[in-house]
Structures are given as structure tokens and as C-alpha cells.
Design a protein around this ligand. Structure first.
Ligand SMILES: Cc1ncc(COP(=O)(O)O)c(C=O)c1O
Length: 436
């Protein structure tokens, strides 16, 4: 049974740890290499091993101070901040430009949002669906996508067709075939994740979007785990819409995200702005992206810091970030396979690079039925947090036909730029201590 909304959406159940970290805890000896130096720029609670960026990232210490400075600036002259400050003002022109550059998109095609959920809802509820329209999704989608689709099905009578993705998937072609088979003349949208939150499968986005274009069907990508993990060039992916988070892998502040709308000025899919102050003026004066940006008082300080995180990542190099994250994740998968056998890993093999991501999903047991036990992994995740101060989470996804239970339950480990192999050693030491 779901104990709380938090447990349902976020996993775990621990009452965890004080929020504030004493700044003295940040004093560290000179770091031996670039990644160690980078880790020193974050301020986690001493003793905490944080392996859950898939839920939320951590703001670097210097940016935390700058955020506080911007809140002070806002408070000092609020109306100036809201209407005139280049960083904080409502249309967010300057920060949109910086974020657009980071994902290689035209600034006019970018909206700064509060999170992935907001971006997905803006698209699903803003598209002009009519009764009987079909929308293809997979059986690994997050509630942030299935929830607005439910509203659209109740309100407009759309039919949501859920296709099954194998776990672990072994090739891009295998996944593409599933989408191709689901297309019909009534298909009006294809919605799927860039990286599945369940197993960490990185979907073949370019191929699925090309399929959509071939059939004149728009594609919406849930990119919650894209921004900050993957070296993104959004126009090159070929999608029509991409909704993502600033607060996860990019380590931006809470309540920050991004929505990309291809060709927002011409708005080919006739999206309407479901949250806006200027919907009456949609057209030459305000594009759909402008209208969705103008939605009342903005999180100016948070958005300015999100834009500053682009500088932080560019300084490291987006491609170096992706390689580092993938390499740590490959270590996690290899350690799990070496400890409990290859069958315990539900993420694609790291050898299949184009399907791999920074999320690793496995069941720490040699018993093949442990995955079907709805308590085993969630309880283990809680023990890791409460007893070992290691944050990971439990996820689950539908079992294949004929399995002993409807869902497979796995432990999900996120390896971000501040993690290292010592974190992975701690995790596996704790797991072997708990389960052998
Ligand atoms: C695949 C996926 N989509 C959407 C979300 C919701 O993200 P946000 O908190 O940015 O709205 C999550 C959250 O973990 C996710 O994993």
C-alpha cells in the first residue's frame, strides 16, 4: 500500500537528516584531481553518500551563496526585480538565451519552467486533441507524463496506447520496432522518455522522432534525466517538444526546468498556452514560447542560477560530464553483476553505449524471485538511508507476461558528477552487509 504521496513519487521513506551543513564542513585539503576538486564544490552533509540525482541534484556551494544574493536583490527592490532586472525579470530573455545556447537551440524555442512535470503538462494539455486521437507511450513512463494524459483522456477522449519495452533492452532496433508496430492512422502524438526513470534505458530518441516525422506525428520527449547527464543538442534529436529538469542532473536550484518547442514562432502543432498571462496576444506579439514564459511572477533568482549552472557545466565540458557519469554507472552495473550475477541487472549492458545512462537498476540478490517481492527492494532502500546514510531509491515497472507478480522492483542508483568510486564502494559494502 502507498504510505504517502512522497513515498509514491519519490521512493524511500526515511525521515532524513538536518538540512543545513555547517560551512566549516566544507574546508578540505587540496584535491588530487579534477573530479575530486569538483566534488569539493558541493556541500553535502558529512557522512552522506548521495546517489539519487535522478530525484534531485545538489546546488554547488558557490551558487547557493549567489542564489541567496539574488533573493536579497529581489527583496531590496521587488518591482524593479520583477520588471527590469536583466536576471530576474518576468520574460527571462537573458536566461532563456543562455539556456538555449547550452542545449544548442534557438532562444525563441525555449521556455524556462519550474520542472519537467510543468513542461510535459504544457504540451499534453496544450495540444488540440480530439476524441479518438491516439497517443503512444511506453510502459516505463513517469506519472508526470501519464497524469496529464489521463486528464486529456477524460477531457478530450484521447486513447493512450501503452507499448511494452523489454528490460534489459538489447538494441535500438528492438525498441523502434515496438513504436512502428503501434502507429495507426489515428496516432496524433508519440510521448516517451529520453532516459527511462525505471531502468535507465536511454531510448533511441533520434530514430523514434524520425519515425514521428515520417508519419507527420509530433514527438514529446520526457527529458527529466537528459539535461546535465547527456551532452544535449536538442534540435539534433529531431523532437518537437522536450521537457526537462534543471534541478536533477544539472544540479540547479529547486523548481527549475526547461521546455523546448521546435519552431515556436510558427507553432506548427498549434499548441495553446495553458498557463499564461498573454494568451489573448498569441501571434506576432507573443510566440507560444513567449506566452508560456509570461505566466505571472517568475522564480527569477532560481532561473538566473539555472543559467549560471550552464557556465559551471561548460567549464567542465558537457561531453566530459557525460563520459564521467556513464563510466561511474558502468562500474555500478559491473559490481552488481559480479556480486549477484548478470541477471540481477535490469539496465542495458554498458557495452551497448547508445542505450546506457547514469541510472543503474538492479536487484541485489541471487534469488530470481526477489525482483517480484514488493517489499524487499523498497525496505532495503530505506535501510540504506536510515542506517548507512546512503541515498538511492527503489523503482518498479511492469513485469513481462507470465511473470510471478505484476511488477519488477529494483534499486536505482544515480551517479552524478560529484560521485566517485569510493561512493560506489560504500554502497556495495552496505548492500553486502545487509543482504550478503
Ligand atoms: C522520467 C521522469 N519524468 C518526470 C519526472 C518529474 O520531474 P520533475 O520533478 O522535474 O517534474 C521525473 C522525476 O523523477 C522522472 O523521473
Amino acid at each position: 500500500m502507498i504510505a504517502s504521496r512522497r513515498q509514491f513519487l519519490c521512493g524511500g521513506g526515511a525521515a532524513l537528516l538536518p538540512l543545513l551543513v555547517a560551512d566549516t564542513a566544507l574546508a578540505k585539503p587540496a584535491p588530487p584531481n579534477k573530479w575530486a576538486a569538483l566534488r569539493g564544490r558541493f556541500s553535502f552533509l558529512p557522512g552522506l553518500t548521495y546517489l539519487n540525482s535522478g530525484s534531485e541534484g545538489s546546488l554547488p556551494t558557490a551558487l547557493r551563496a549567489r542564489l541567496s544574493h539574488l533573493v536579497t536583490e529581489w527583496s531590496a527592490s521587488p518591482s524593479w526585480a520583477c520588471f527590469s532586472s536583466p536576471n530576474l525579470e518576468q520574460s527571462q530573455t537573458q536566461n532563456r538565451r543562455r539556456l538555449a545556447e547550452f542545449v544548442s537551440a534557438p532562444p525563441a524555442d525555449v521556455v524556462i519552467t519550474d520542472n519537467t512535470t510543468m513542461g510535459l503538462a504544457m504540451v499534453v494539455l496544450g495540444l488540440p486533441f480530439t476524441a479518438g486521437d491516439e497517443v503512444i507511450i511506453t510502459d516505463h513512463e513517469h506519472y508526470a507524463l501519464t497524469s496529464p494524459l489521463k486528464v486529456a483522456s477524460l477531457r478530450s477522449g484521447i486513447v493512450v496506447k501503452q507499448v511494452a519495452i523489454p528490460s534489459p533492452a538489447t538494441s535500438a532496433a528492438q525498441i523502434l520496432d515496438v513504436f512502428t508496430a503501434a502507429l495507426t492512422p489515428r496516432t496524433r502524438a508519440i510521448c516517451f522518455s529520453h532516459v527511462n526513470w525505471t531502468t535507465g534505458l536511454r531510448m533511441p530518441v533520434e530514430a523514434i522522432c524520425a519515425l514521428g516525422r515520417q508519419h507527420n506525428v509530433p514527438t514529446l520527449v520526457d527529458g527529466a534525466h537528459g539535461l546535465g547527464m547527456i551532452d544535449l543538442n536538442l534540435p539534433a534529436l529531431g523532437c518537437d517538444f522536450y521537457a526537462c529538469a534543471g534541478h536533477k542532473w544539472l544540479n540547479g536550484p529547486p523548481a527549475t526546468g526547461l521546455l523546448y518547442i521546435r519552431d515556436a514562432v510558427t507553432n506548427p502543432w498549434k499548441l495553446v498556452p495553458i498557463v499564461s498571462e498573454v494568451a489573448e496576444y498569441l501571434g506576432p506579439k507573443f510566440s507560444i514560447a513567449d506566452a508560456l514564459q509570461m505566466r505571472g511572477s517568475p522564480n527569477g533568482p532560481g532561473f538566473a542560477i539555472l543559467a549560471a549552472m550552464c557556465d559551471f557545466y561548460d567549464e567542465i565540458g558537457k561531453s566530459a560530464v557525460e563520459s564521467r557519469i556513464l563510466s561511474l554507472a558502468a562500474t555500478v552495473k559491473a559490481r552488481a553483476a559480479a556480486t549477484w550475477g548478470e541477471a540481477c541487472v535490469y539496465s542495458p549492458s554498458p557495452a551497448v553505449m547508445d542505450l546506457s545512462s547514469g541510472l543503474s537498476a538492479f536487484v541485489p540478490s541471487r534469488d530470481p524471485t526477489a525482483a517480484y517481492d514488493a517489499d524487499f527492494v523498497p525496505k532495503l532502500a530505506e535501510t540504506l538511508i536510515n542506517k548507512h546514510k546512503i541515498w538511492v531509491r527503489a523503482t518498479s515497472f511492469p513485469s513481462p507476461p507470465g511473470a510471478p507478480a505484476p511488477r519488477i522492483n529494483t534499486l536505482r542508483v544515480s551517479t552524478n558528477i560529484f560521485n566517485n568510486t569510493a561512493d560506489i564502494d560504500r554502497l556495495f559494502a552496505a548492500l553486502t552487509h545487509e543482504v550478503g
